[in-house]
Design a protein around this ligand. Structure first.
Ligand SMILES: NC(=[NH2+])NCCC[C@H](N)C(=O)O
Length: 640
């Protein structure tokens, strides 16, 4: 007799409405909660050590090593780079080096076809537990399939030890990001810098680097003259009334208007800057007040997006500038031109830096020279990263070139990157602005995100299923998650179109889709009522078999994690990580819809079978997605 079964693939046991359009599986009213699972633990035999491969690592890197060994044995005189790619149509990876090698051999007088070369390489592959026996494809391409045992051992390791970062040489990294300007509104360009910079910092922290996150705020310069003069006129009593400026943006505009139209005011503005630079106590206090007002506004954004930053603005470096300029003068590197001191880079096509202005003031360039010196000498950085819009690329090229010319940067010891990004466009493909043409205030943008996210949840009737706290958490997770993800999933070098509708879509490469798959993966072990210990014992001791095509596909996708991490660290881009997470979520969804994790009797609710290896895959999927979210600065929720 056949028992009537309820097949449970996780959300299949959710009692509520299906959230984000995933409706293919069957729903059941019963859950496994409170039932005792007795089926799982077979008599345990530890997996033989010889079958496991130690640690977690970049698969492509390891395959390169394996093929390199074969190359040395096959053609000891030809030391070329081995090229491994993924994905390929046949097999999981492919070695593409035979063709190039055949060419090189031909040039040196030995005629061997790519297919012959491939055969020789295959013959000399060292014994290993990572790949299945190899076959050649067209043109000497070698198709590589990972061995079952290896896949299983990696999945087990990711479950037992967590998702380990690849091993790297630890570096001290200074990352300069966000960096808005005092008294001006923090705009969408700064939002991009904040989101990308924070995510890169998280990535480097995950890898174990010693990361210093610096906010190089624009808190100095001639624009302060007009602000100080205006503050003095408008709020003579500013000391007794510590926060007179309500709207700093408007205050800035008023000052600017007076500065442009009133010659007498302009004079006083210049005088105020000179006084500030000479550390006049009154001007310093006014300056402090203006900075504090801005700082509070910035902090609201950072708190909402969970961004940690150390403020070290342009003003911090003012006192060290004179010494640096002296040094540059002594080294004969400054040219006096039209009343200014400039420094020319070595490369001809680059603009010179303005180091001292005609009335003796310092510039953005001067602050950056001093900041770079500080980061090298005092912070002892071996890697410095600047995250700004691509419009500043030539500024940074000149800066890095000049600093090398002055002998301040040793390129063999220090890595320096300008991480540039494109413009944020509105749905009309023009720069994102408000309807009236003003720059969008970030607080308003975040508020709108929150509202749209809540609308979406309510449209899906989630307020009926989630507790008020859960709804609140889901709302913020979705809103900020989707804003960050939309930015990070686009290649940063391009412009990107900001569209709440697109970022809140249920399907496709969106935070919403991936967050939802995460909740499904998380819920399954919880709802199947399997104790963490049982799964732990299983992963440690049992002979795990991953056999269903959708299990294999998911597992192999998971194994690409370290390759992705390596690539994004080299290129300092985040969209490949987003693409990877999207692929995992999709592979998981396919697996989840076709592979039931738990079978139970519909009538009695009795558990008939639990597929432990599938629970394990769910757990590792959740771990991988969580790790990815963590790097992207997105906070997942358990229910949404
Ligand atoms: N060290 C730097 N220059 N960092 C970037 C500063 C960005 C500048 N405050 C701006 O808003 O454009």
């Amino acid at each position: 007799m056949f028992k009537k079964l309820v097949l449970i693939g996780g959300a299949a046991i959710c009692t509520g409405t299906v959230l984000w359009g995933v409706t293919k599986y069957r729903k059941a009213k019963t859950t496994l909660k409170g039932e005792n699972n007795v089926l799982y633990i077979k008599n345990s035999k530890p997996r033989p050590v010889s079958e496991t491969v130690e640690g977690q690592f970049s698969i492509i890197g390891e395959l390169k090593n394996i093929f390199k060994k074969s190359l040395i044995k096959s053609y000891p005189n030809f030391n070329i780079k081995m090229v491994i790619s993924s994905p390929s149509k046949s097999g999981d990876y492919q070695c593409n080096s035979a063709m190039g090698l055949s060419k090189i051999l031909k040039e040196s007088g030995t005629k061997v076809s790519p297919a012959e070369v491939a055969k020789t390489l295959i013959k000399n592959i060292p014994a290993n537990s990572i790949i299945e026996p190899l076959s050649t494809g067209d043109h000497g391409f070698i198709n590589i399939t990972l061995s079952q045992k290896f896949v299983v051992s990696q999945i087990a390791s990711m479950f037992l030890e967590g998702v380990r970062p690849p091993k790297v040489d630890k570096k001290r990294v200074v990352i300069d990001f966000s960096s808005p300007n005092i008294a001006k509104e923090m705009h969408v360009g700064h939002l991009r810098s904040t989101i990308i910079g924070d995510s890169l910092a998280r990535l480097l922290e995950y890898l174990g680097h010693d990361v210093v996150r610096l906010n190089h705020v624009g808190d100095w310069g001639t624009q302060f003259g007009m602000l100080l003069a205006h503050l003095n006129d408008k709020y003579p009593d500013y000391l007794n009334n510590p926060l007179p400026i309500g709207d700093l943006q408007a205050f800035y505009k008023e000052s600017k208007k007076r500065f442009d139209e009133d010659a007498e005011f302009k004079k006083r503005a210049y005088a105020a800057v000179v006084e500030l630079q000479a550390h006049n106590p009154d001007q310093t206090k006014r300056w402090q007040l203006i900075c504090d007002t801005s700082r509070k506004e910035f902090q609201k954004i950072y708190d909402r997006l969970d961004i940690k930053l150390t403020e070290r603005g342009e003003s911090f470096y003012q006192d060290s500038m004179t010494k640096i300029i002296e040094d540059l003068k002594q080294k004969n590197l400054l040219v006096y031109e039209e009343g200014r001191y400039v420094m020319f880079p070595q490369k001809e096509n680059l603009n010179p830096l303005t180091v001292v202005k005609s009335h003796g003031g310092y510039t953005y360039d001067t602050s950056d020279i001093a900041a770079l010196c500080h980061r090298l000498e005092v912070e002892k950085a071996d890697w410095i990263i600047y995250v700004t819009d691509l419009g500043q690329s030539s500024h940074f090229e000149s800066l890095f070139d000049c600093m090398e010319r002055a002998g301040y940067i040793d390129k063999n010891r220090v890595r320096i990157d300008h991480v540039g990004f494109g413009v944020v466009l509105g749905e009309n493909k023009k720069r994102l602005k408000t309807r009236s043409g003003d720059t969008i205030r970030l607080v308003d943008l975040l508020d709108e995100g929150i509202k749209k996210s809540l609308d979406k949840l309510i449209k899906k009737n989630r307020e009926r299923i989630l507790s008020p706290e859960e709804l609140e958490q889901a709302k913020t997770s979705v809103a900020y998650g989707c804003i960050k993800y939309a930015d990070l999933s686009n290649n940063r070098k391009g412009d990107y179109v900001f569209s709440f509708d697109k970022m809140l879509a249920d399907e496709g490469n969106t935070a919403v889709y991936i967050l939802y798959q995460y909740t499904r993966a998380k819920s399954i072990a919880r709802l199947a009522n399997v104790e963490p210990n049982q799964l732990l014992n299983y992963a440690k001791n049992e002979d795990i078999k991953i056999e269903h095509p959708n299990e294999i596909k998911l597992a192999k996708e998971i194994l690409k994690f370290h390759d992705v991490i390596q690539k994004i660290t080299e290129d300092l881009v985040l969209h490949p990580l987003c693409e990877y997470l999207h692929k995992i979520a999709t592979a998981f969804s396919e697996f989840y819809d076709s592979c039931y994790c738990v079978e139970k009797d519909r009538k009695t609710g009795e558990v008939i079978k639990v597929y432990m290896h599938r629970l394990l895959l769910c757990e590792v999927t959740a771990n991988i997605l969580a790790k990815g979210f963590d790097i992207l600065g997105i906070k997942p929720v358990n229910r949404m």
